[in-house]
Design a protein. Structure first.
Length: 362
């Protein structure tokens, strides 16, 4: 009860706060803070790309030494985790800095080519406060790198989840249904049809899942028998719940009916997942229960209120995200996927000064 209750609580935190921050991110007039919008085409391709990635990881673990693969992944997620955690704690840390804090501005610029053909690869603007947040996040990163402790893993996992919900936006409910429906089939197939998902989840030593020890009361913080929840089971329903919050706001009725309904539906779906897993003693694809709950509950409310047409005609990108770059490709950038949005925007418009964001893709 302690382990799974803690997992549910940890899953709810990034969804709730990520959805709230996604609204402010969507309304921001600063182009550097614009989220990435997933279109219906992206949503349809997502399960295929995810399946290829999952199968590739499975084959890597079967062919090559698990130790070396996890070492490489640990270094990669060490960098990503520090950036994601720094971006997450930055709003909170700003409250602790005194008014007379000497806050200097810095810029890290990396370009390619000369003259008119010059192209920005990385344009990272930061200040002294950002450096303090990076330093604090680096302490957690070193802790994770050296000990692989479950607390450090969860700090990074929560940061990834919150950034994913905040900075990945669905453009409408239809796209959300396509994405969730496709990943519903993906999750069921790879868990029940093969042992690929479970094998990769147990072999992959990276903060791509939240874990909590089931033997915490017996062994304390050094416990090693973990219950786990993949970050995809948080971020994917989370961005759909965030879309419903923006839909609530667009109705201008000063109520958040669909947001709270989907939030309760997520709790119900996750609780049902844990219950079925406990009964059958077998790993369960969480999206098998989360997808029908997160789509079905709000749809029933819309039917009862006669707002089904408004729900499916709502276009997030048209109302409050008029200039959001479309997530149609994944450019190669150095450093972290934090610069995905920057790189995409540079290809769509002339180069401009912008601030590099936290990781926005899982």
């Amino acid at each position: 009860a302690l382990a799974y209750g803690s997992l549910v609580l940890m899953a709810l935190l990034p969804i709730f706060f990520g959805a709230l921050r996604s609204v402010s991110c969507a309304k921001s007039k600063n182009s550097s803070e614009m989220p990435e919008t997933i279109t219906s085409r992206d949503a349809a391709r997502f399960p295929i790309v995810a399946s290829c990635t999952l199968l590739g990881l499975y084959l890597f673990f079967k062919i090559f030494s698990q130790e070396y693969i996890n070492l490489l992944l640990s270094m990669y997620f060490f960098v990503l985790g520090i950036l994601a955690l720094s971006h997450t704690i930055s709003p909170m840390m700003n409250r602790f800095f005194p008014a007379n804090f000497p806050n200097k501005q810095y810029q890290l610029l990396f370009t390619q080519g000369f003259g008119e053909s010059k192209e920005e690869i990385v344009n990272y603007e930061f200040d002294t406060k950002d450096l303090v947040c990076l330093a604090l996040s680096s302490v957690v990163g070193v802790w994770y790198l050296l000990r692989k402790h479950w607390i450090a893993n969860n700090l990074f996992g929560l940061a990834f989840s919150l950034n994913g919900v905040e900075l990945l936006h669905l453009n409408n409910v239809s796209t959300g249904c396509i994405l969730l429906g496709g990943l519903f089939i993906y999750d069921v197939f790879w868990v029940f049809g093969t042992n690929v998902m479970v094998t990769v989840a147990k072999s992959f030593e990276a903060p791509i899942k939240l874990v909590f020890p089931q033997d915490l009361l017996e062994k304390g913080l050094e416990a090693d028998n973990f219950a786990m929840l993949g970050l995809g089971d948080i971020v994917i329903p989370g961005i759909f719940i965030a879309l419903l919050l923006r839909f609530d706001i667009s109705l201008k009725k000063n109520t958040h009916t669909y947001f709270y309904t989907s939030f309760v539906a997520y709790i119900f779906g996750l609780g049902l997942t844990i219950f079925i897993m406990h009964i059958f003693k077998h790993a369960q694809p969480a999206l098998l229960y989360l997808v029908p709950a997160c789509i079905g509950f709000p749809l029933l409310v819309a039917l009862a209120k006669g707002e089904v047409t408004e729900m499916f005609s709502y276009e997030s990108s048209a109302e409050i995200l008029p200039h959001t770059p479309r997530l149609t490709h994944f450019p190669t950038v150095s450093g972290s996927p934090a610069s995905l949005a920057d790189s995409m925007q540079q290809k769509l418009s002339c180069p401009r000064r912008r601030r590099q964001q936290s990781p926005s893709a899982m």
